[in-house]
Design a protein around this ligand. Structure first.
Ligand SMILES: [Cu+2]
Length: 280
């Protein structure tokens, strides 16, 4: 690229960054002014990201890495989990996009998928994110930092240890009904799911046999995290607007078992419920 063209492109990127940053930054976070190099032009990234049906298998991807400052937490105590997202030069990224109403979604899942937490950490001025978390069971956990940067969805993940005797369990067999942590009955209706094909996952919530009106949560009818058994690959799913209940579209990239963690809100309280999904 010749110099004038390169400079023009760089200026356009800066304008977009500062323009977008000023609007979004005013809403929640202190504005960040970290200029990007011209290699951040996103055209190549977009196609590459869309070709990635699974994420969350790596600590580093697409020029960013997650650095977990607290790779070990004590069992049964409220501890502060801290991490940063670093760019290629080792600088903390601070100018995240707002996605699903937040700049950062933090998922903590036990390796055997028996434990799941979805947290919204807060960011300090130096780019360090922190969240209080309490893990009552020893074992190995996966920490997913799910965010959007430069209009690209990114999910990076790192391992977290909780020391002590660990009792690992097998994944529960698939069932079409489950009870949320707050006692709501949830039914999962899904046609047979096949690898590589888009499937619709539809959840309906009842209590004592009567339908329950759920409230919007994170800008949608609900929030769904799908993790693959074996490697905890993190699937990207899309909420659907149409139909009854809470619906999502998901494409399972391979056969095998997945654990679906649905969250929805009723009377201001977030409910969590989990299902096992077999994919043929
Ligand atoms: Cu979130």
């Amino acid at each position: 690229m010749s110099s004038p063209v390169k400079l023009a492109a760089y200026a356009a990127v800066l304008a977009a960054l500062f323009g977008g940053g000023a609007v979004a930054g005013g809403a929640i976070d202190p504005p960040s002014a970290t200029p990007k190099e011209d290699d951040m032009s996103a055209a190549g990234h977009t196609a590459e990201q869309q070709a990635h049906p699974v994420r969350g298998l790596a600590v580093a991807d697409d020029g960013m890495r997650v650095e977990l400052a607290t790779p070990e937490l004590r069992r049964g105590a409220t501890e502060q989990l801290r991490f940063r997202i670093l760019d290629e030069r080792g600088h903390a990224v601070r100018d995240f996009d707002v996605e699903h109403e937040r700049r950062m979604h933090l998922i903590v899942a036990r390796r055997d998928l028996t434990a799941f937490q979805h947290l919204h950490p807060t960011m300090a001025a130096d780019g360090t994110w922190s969240a209080d978390v309490r893990l009552d069971d020893a074992g190995s956990y996966r920490v997913f930092a799910d965010f959007s940067y430069d209009d690209e969805p990114v999910t990076l993940a790192a391992d977290l240890r909780v020391d002590g005797p660990a009792d690992l369990r097998a994944l529960p067999a698939p069932q079409t009904t489950a009870v949320s942590d707050g006692g709501y009955d949830v039914r999962l209706d899904t046609p047979a799911t096949r690898q590589g094909q888009e499937s619709e996952l539809r959840f309906t919530v009842t209590k004592d046999g009567r339908p329950v009106d759920t409230e919007p949560y994170l800008g949608a009818g609900g929030h769904l995290v799908a993790l693959r058994e074996g490697d905890l690959a993190f699937l990207h799913v899309h909420p659907t607007e149409h139909g009854d209940g809470i619906g999502f579209e998901a494409t399972f990239p391979s056969t095998g078992a997945y654990r679906l963690f649905l969250q929805f809100q009723v009377d201001g309280e977030v409910q969590t419920v989990a299902f096992t999904q077999e994919v043929a």
